[in-house]
Design a protein around this ligand. Structure first.
Ligand SMILES: [Zn+2]
Length: 84
C-alpha cells in the first residue's frame, strides 16, 4: 500500500515526509514550515491523516483515540487510495 502525501496545507511545500517517532508511531512532517501531522500507529494512517487534515497538527493523538465514525471514514479513505 502506497498513498501519496499531499503538499503541506500551510506553506504548500510539495515534498512532506512521513517521519517515525523513536517511541513508536508515524506522522506527516513538512520540512519547510515544520508542521507535524497527527501521530498514527502506521505509515498509511499517518499519511491519510495528513492528507485529510481532520485534526489540528498540534494534536498528537494516536489513531486509537479516534471515535468510531472517524476511524471508519479514515479506513474507507485508506482503502480507496490503496486501490488506485
Ligand atoms: Zn509546510
Amino acid at each position: 500500500m502506497n498513498i501519496e502525501l499531499k503538499p503541506c496545507p500551510f506553506c504548500g511545500f510539495v515534498e512532506p515526509i512521513i517521519d517515525a517517532k523513536k517511541t513508536g508511531g508515524f506522522y506527516g512532517y513538512c520540512l519547510s514550515c515544520f508542521t507535524r501531522g497527527p501521530i498514527a500507529l502506521d505509515r498509511e494512517t499517518a499519511t491519510a491523516l495528513w492528507n485529510t487534515r481532520g485534526y489540528p497538527p498540534e494534536e498528537n493523538e494516536y489513531i486509537v483515540g479516534l471515535t468510531q465514525p472517524e476511524q471508519e471514514a479514515l479506513t474507507r479513505y485508506i482503502q480507496e487510495m490503496s486501490q488506485k
